[in-house]
Design a protein around this ligand. Structure first.
Ligand SMILES: NC(=O)c1ccc[n+]([C@@H]2O[C@H](COP(=O)([O-])OP(=O)(O)OC[C@H]3O[C@@H](n4cnc5c(N)ncnc54)[C@H](O)[C@@H]3O)[C@@H](O)[C@H]2O)c1
Length: 250
């Protein structure tokens, strides 16, 4: 594997499971040191050990990203441990899957806090360091921010916001060396997907529209693209949303 992150430090949120864990391991294999952030301290520790088994240095910063003040801790921890930050990968996310009339204000506020406000605050905190290192941001959006999915209106709105945040920020930093991009995954087999409870009140025909005709992705299928977007080898891709969705938005 290319050692394009040798000597570089990458901060990955949502690193305790699913796509975040797979992404951390991808960067570990490319020579990066890792700052691992998640609310799930036990899962984070497992990811740290798996990164170390690949020869990478890694620290964990257990953080509840729904708490705005707590979002200020991970970047200083990365700088304390490694003296630099080269990439911020915003993977952590919460899904609200239910009938539109049943979505509560508390769910709406929480999903926006985790999926939109936390990446916003982490990017603010990381920017001075990323400008110094000429680094990168990769935000994880979703196909549901690009097209309609049933039963995920609040969640889809957060992912549309992540896409708008990526493009607006990329425009503001157009004249800097930063690279700011997003990926928009389609259905992925992760704990988030397997924890989604469905019953006969949901219309499977509508749900199938968001899954499409191809096999559901594994998190490992996406990591190479995330690593490329964050890599110093990527000199030209900026302000883009890379769909990795088995073609559902084609
Ligand atoms: N699984 C899918 O089908 C799918 C599709 C498109 C996009 N995504 C996006 O991919 C990303 C990763 O999701 P995943 O599928 O790997 O699910 P996952 O549940 O395995 O991972 C999400 C991670 O976010 C962490 N997290 C949740 N709330 C948090 C909080 N308050 N503070 C800190 N960490 C918190 C969880 O602990 C978990 O480790 C998410 O942004 C999700 O929206 C997933």
């Amino acid at each position: 594997m290319t050692q394009d992150f040798e000597g570089l430090n990458v901060l990955v949120t949502g690193a305790a499971s699913g796509l975040g864990r797979a992404t951390a391991l991808e960067f570990a294999g490319r020579g990066a040191s890792l700052t691992l952030v998640d609310v799930n301290a036990e899962g984070l520790d497992e990811t740290r050990k798996a990164c170390e088994a690949k020869g990478a240095k890694a620290i964990t910063v257990p953080t509840d990203l729904s708490d705005a003040e707590a979002c200020m801790a991970p970047v200083p921890a990365a700088i304390d441990a490694f003296g630099r930050l080269d990439a911020l990968i915003n993977v952590a996310g919460m899904l609200v899957f239910n009938h539109f009339p049943d979505t509560t204000v508390a769910q709406f506020d929480k999903v926006f806090a985790i999926n939109v406000r936390a990446p916003f605050l982490l990017i603010q905190s990381a920017l001075p360091h990323l400008l110094e290192s000429e680094g990168a941001v990769v935000n994880v959006a979703s196909a549901s921010g690009v097209m309609g999915h049933a039963y995920t209106t609040a969640y889809g709105a957060t992912k549309g916001a992540v896409i708008a945040m990526t493009k607006n920020l990329a425009t503001e930093y157009w004249k800097s060396p930063l690279r700011i991009n997003a990926v928009a995954p389609g259905a992925m087999m992760t704990p988030m997907a397997s924890a989604t409870k469905m019953d006969e009140t949901y219309d499977m025909q509508l749900i199938a529209k968001g899954i499409g005709a191809r096999e559901i992705a594994r998190p490992e299928d996406l990591c190479e693209i995330i690593a490329y977007l964050a890599s110093p080898r990527n000199k030209r891709v900026h302000g883009q949303v890379y769909s990795i969705d088995q073609g559902v938005t084609a």
